[in-house]
Design a protein around this ligand. Sequence first.
Ligand code: IVH
Length: 698
Amino acid sequence: MADIKDKNINDLTDKQARLDLARLAMEITYHDKCYHGNDAPVITDAIYDGLQRRNSAIEEKFPNFIRKNSPSKKIGAAIKTGFGKVSHKKPMLSLANAFNRDDVVDFLSSIRKFLNFNPNDNLEIIAEPKIDGLSASIRYVNRKLHIAATRGDGMIGEDITNNILTISDIPKTLPDDAPDIVEIRGEIYMAREDFLALNKKQTEFGKKIFANPRNAAAGSLRQLDANITASRNLKFFGYALGETSISFANSIGAMRQKFANWGFKLNNPAKICHNIDEIISYYNHIDQIRSDLPFDIDGVVYKVNSINLQNRLGMITKTPRWAKAHKFEAEQAETTLNNIIIQVGRTGAMTPVANLEAINVGGVIVSRASLHNEDEIIRKDIREGDRVIIKRAGDVIPQVVEVVFSKRPDNSKAYIFPKNCPQCGADRIREDGDAIWRCSGDLACPAQAIEKLKHFVSKAAFNMEGLGAKQIEAFLKDGLIKTPADIFKLHDHYNNICNRDGWGKKSTDNLIKSIEDKCDITLDRFIYALGIRHIGQSTAKLLAKNYISIDGFLLKTNEAYNDISSDAYETLINIDQIGATVAKDLLNFLGEEHNKIVINDLLIHLKIAPYIIKELQSPITGKIIVFTGTLQTTSRSEAKAKAEEFGAKVSNSVSKKTDYVVVGKDAGSKAKKAINLGINILSEEDWHNLISIDLPNI
Ligand code: IVH
């Protein structure tokens, strides 16, 4: 039987939870002592964080057993890791961006399509200013402020309760009509006036000044001494809802009204809009009054007003389908483009980058800009030595907008894109329809090899401490590692590492130990770590969720690779958000001989944990469903998204393995085939009853 300490928190009994909290308190106290008292930690920060995380997660689930001197309450612990971790009951999403009217038109029409709206159906959109601060979630239990957390990665944030308590905009208690459990989400920000005053004070005391109010708010919140936070006069707007024990509003407008009644400040002016013209005139109005507002905003946010519709629309990876941020025009500046260099990335992409004469663009010093690809350079006729206009939009990499042709030097020459990789000399290649030249050197190209290895050890992949970019470069150069699998054989080079500059027995032991610790990995992280083109964290999760185990993943993708008319191929391209392009990259990668060797080599060293499905059990969990005909109350995409959300797989064709066929209007051969095979047939109404979602009256 699994040790209590390894058990999934959801499977713990009361007694086990109490025992594990006691063990964690003891272990964390011991490690705090090693770290603070002796300045000699015996575990890595990651393992320590893991203990703290487990402790907080058990406390969340079993609040009755929180110990009086729980490690999550201790300052000593906070000093070490910074802040305790809090896992969000409902993920904290971010927003996809729109940059122009067309993007907003697309946003509205995709919502209408998803919801199967008629042209004259009314869709209310609430528009609000987009505050440039930091989002936070504040949880009230029995109307008392219980815990507050930053967004973090959307699933796990940092505990900032002590700091939040110093913000006067945030009520510490809620009135009687508030639910027993409610999480108010919103933005912590610093008013412009307070920002200027803070920087003045910082200058007087010879301290670091902040680039903008957002950075100042972040710096003020991330203070282990909450007295400092208190002195910075941070403010808060409530604009969204996390978990709530009962629903108390059926629209964002009604929710905002409640928030105001409960004592929260709102990010006004907000407006309910009914069409694109109303939306754009709101945008223009806010852009005009932007500098008169007492706080910084970087755009406006549009949200579907109805909560019922929001629930139907759901989300795509980390962003909701029902909301969009419409950013203001980026800030621009003119500077000289000194020269163009070619960067070679993990997948061999040869990206041209402009080295610029450093310039301040909207409070940030810019010295480089991406030029994207050769076509872009030709289209804009960008040359070394040109004067160029640079723009910076939010966190996006700075870009060259255009050349100031009137200032072009007389001797200027058109830029010639190199025919070979500047790092390894291999020929460049370009696939049909791809705008990017790629180096054909693959692992033989040091730039690609380094980037692949760096990706492999990066935080979201194997998260290997003690093995950063610097060490990877040195080990690769000296032939200690070439492929990711070699990392797990570094112990063979023990003496070599020990005797290197800056290394000794202790640091080598630590490195070997931390590599050993990472031999246990989850399937999604493993897939992400392989660094396959187009497969980021969320796609890797989708794949892991579908294939569950490494064996299933390799077996089924191999079947799909060998035969694109196989069930395995069909299943792959039917996974929501995967499609043919990603499938092609994935299968090409896995079918490549040298990748097979690396993967097999890795499997010798690793224990890859299957993906744990967290969805609730539903009547359709694990079932295979086919939709056919025209659905009347919903779109095919909504039906598919719902089915997947409830744990079912959606297929395009009916076979013996199909569990349900949902039949819409004018269904044809698939319905007939289902009847012949004796498969359960559901009408559209049966389908809605099965998953019981609320529908508008039609
Ligand atoms: S709604 C599910 N409303 O913008 C969406 N976000 O770029 C929840 N933000 O992470 C967010 N003003 O920190 C929302 N009026 C507003 C906002 C707002 C600022 C921030 C928020 C979010 C980020 C995404």
